[in-house]
Design a binder for this molecule. Structure first.
Ligand code: FAD
Length: 554
């Protein structure tokens, strides 16, 4: 099989051939596939009918020169005399893939006889817990999942009610519940984590197998969107149950009990009733917002350390302004554009855009009463009027005072309380012009907010540390050079964005176990992932380690 990269097709060719709706949705249809096949044949000087079993692995947009924008593809395909063609072509963007590719390697999973007395327990049904559970269930290990929040349908109701009324359920909200933190999100699946084992590709294929749109398999920056992600998660959950797994919603893990450094039992509660269960294998995939659980575990002796994260504010601009800047005059024929911006301030602080949501919404993503945090989401179509992203600044243990492992949580809580106060329980919103003058906004400009949750005009500068306010102002002024209009006076700021990643790392060794044997810290909350795909990859990794341990014991 040949893998060929750097296949370039000018956008005007695509416009001339592919139906507008497919281009707008970013979906590759037959017409575009024909163009790619034609380009492959031309690039390798072979005839098109020699190309068999072609599949497009990746498509990205090169929009650096507006007058010459192009899509760039990577494909795999079969043909005759592959070695001769590669040799004749002589460039390194064509490689021979010996034997099978990652694509067609269907891992034949042979279920194990569950020898162990106790079933493995997984705490948390975010991407880490969900993919760990699927991996263990496919191996016949019948995992039990505890999720403090509700199932997706009930969770959707609770979250909409919270956004409409401000009434928060501290166990079922944007952070907690079936699917985890990312369920109400843009569902961006790109990750910077290297993927030598193919776990990242497996995550994407699993999402497609359970209902996600197939274009996530080839888009450079794949995303699912809030409207589709919940259903995909439910389908995976049903498969886990089909394979003998068990899911307990509205069930909160409380304590781990151990003897001689080995886990023996866990304590959990449901409907206010505490219960105990023998347990010798526990995956802790609780996410970056399970502050109560992490505090209890730390105080009972689980080794942890403070970890850097980032804080900032969300900024909104008209999506049209962003797309026109990124794609020029043809912007409205293409999917909503995104951006990634970074800058180092004069005093050496990194300022960058985080979790950008094209055509999306700013959301109230709080999970504790009296504390307010925001985040962003988009539906699959990304057809909202505004683009938004968090403009954040890295904070380190030095910034949040002291080396105590939980100092970062205290820091987040302090500023989330400031946000709650400043907004009087609603999302504090401010125009960038007023942000620069550190004064409360009294009215909106041309940009109309796209926000899920109640909001009020306020002074967002007051809900973040001074160094962050200064750095963000300086950064946005710099980003104006990259995207004219980015620093417009009526750009809308909202805060605080504090849940960018976990402020704590739960220590684990090479066997992926904590200082208590049998406990496997996993995913974002444990400090080993950042984002949906990398959390899911870590879930698979931990499950595979448990399977290897069980196989080696038997
Ligand atoms: C609004 C929003 C938008 C986001 N957008 C994106 C995006 O577009 N792309 C992206 O890659 N990432 C995004 N993220 C980040 C992404 O969601 C997380 O990185 C990812 O979900 C982490 O996965 P996880 O499984 O480690 O933890 P989580 O997804 O946080 O899951 C942890 C689960 O554990 C449960 N839990 C916690 N404590 C207990 C307990 N004691 N007992 C039982 N259950 C418990 C929680 O209820 C939760 O469901 C977004 C996050 C938010 C909040």
């Amino acid at each position: 099989m040949i893998k060929l990269s750097q296949i370039k097709i000018p956008l005007e060719r695509i416009f001339g051939t592919v139906p507008e709706d497919l281009i707008k949705k970013g979906i590759i249809g037959d017409q575009e596939e024909c163009l790619v096949r034609e380009a492959v044949a031309k690039q390798l000087h072979i005839s098109e009918d020699m190309i068999r079993e072609m599949s497009i692995l990746r498509r990205s947009m090169d929009a650096r020169r507006k007058h010459r924008m192009q899509y760039i593809y990577q494909v795999v395909f079969r043909t005759e005399k592959e070695e001769k063609i590669i040799k004749r072509y002589g460039k390194n963007d064509a490689v021979l893939l010996k034997g099978h590719t990652q694509e067609d390697h269907q891992e034949k999973i042979s279920p194990m006889q569950r020898k162990k007395e106790n079933k493995p327990v997984i705490v948390g049904m975010g991407p880490a817990g969900l993919f760990a559970a699927l991996e263990l269930a496919e191996k016949g290990l019948e995992p039990v999942i505890f999720e403090r929040g509700c199932c997706i349908s009930k969770r959707r109701e609770k979250v909409s009610a919270f956004w409409d009324t401000g009434e928060l359920d501290e166990n079922c909200n944007v952070q907690f519940g079936e699917g985890g933190a990312g369920t109400f999100s843009d569902g961006k699946l790109n990750t910077l984590v290297k993927d030598p084992t193919g776990r990242g590709r497996k995550v994407l294929k699993t999402f497609v197998e359970y209902g996600a749109p197939s274009e996530i398999l080839y888009l450079h920056k794949p995303h699912i969107g809030t409207d589709l992600l919940g259903d995909v998660v439910r389908n995976i959950r049903n498969r886990i149950i089909e394979l003998g797994g068990e899911v307990r919603f509205e069930t909160t893990f409380e304590k781990a009990v151990w003897k001689n450094g080995k886990l023996t039992e866990i304590v959990f509660s449901h409907n206010g009733q505490s219960q105990r269960m023998p347990c010798d294998t526990l995956i802790l995939a609780t996410g970056h917002s399970a502050r109560d659980t992490v505090t209890d575990l730390y105080q009972s002796g689980l080794y942890m350390e403070a970890k850097p994260f980032a804080v900032g504010v969300r900024v909104q601009h008209p999506q049209e302004m962003i797309s026109r800047n990124q794609y020029g005059d043809v912007y409205d024929m293409l999917p909503a554009a995104d951006y990634k911006l970074t800058y180092n301030t004069v005093d050496k602080r990194g300022v960058y855009s985080f979790c950008m949501c094209p055509g999306g919404y700013v959301v109230n993503a709080s999970s504790e009463k009296g504390r307010l945090a925001v985040n962003g989401m988009s539906d699959h179509a990304r057809n909202g009027r505004n683009a938004n992203s968090a403009i954040v600044v890295t904070v380190t243990p030095e910034d949040f005072g002291g080396k105590d492992a939980l100092a970062g949580i205290a820091f987040q809580r302090k500023w989330e309380e400031a946000a709650f106060r400043e907004g009087k329980g609603e999302i504090p919103v401010q125009l960038f012009g007023d942000f620069c003058k550190n004064r409360t906004s009294t009215g909106l400009g041309a940009v109309q907010p796209s926000i899920k949750g109640q909001y009020t005009l306020a002074n967002v500068r007051k809900v973040i540390p001074e160094f962050a306010g200064n750095s963000i102002q300086e950064g946005i002024m710099y980003f104006e050079r990259r995207i004219p209009g980015f620093a417009r006076e009526d750009a809308i700021m909202a805060g605080i964005e504090s849940r960018t990643s976990s402020p704590v790392r739960i220590c684990r060794d090479d066997s992926l176990q904590a200082n208590i044997k049998g406990i496997y810290p996993c995913g974002e909350g444990a400090g080993y992932a950042g984002g949906i795909t990398s959390a899911a990859m870590d879930g698979i990794r931990v499950a595979q380690m448990i399977i290897t341990n069980i196989e080696s014991e038997s």
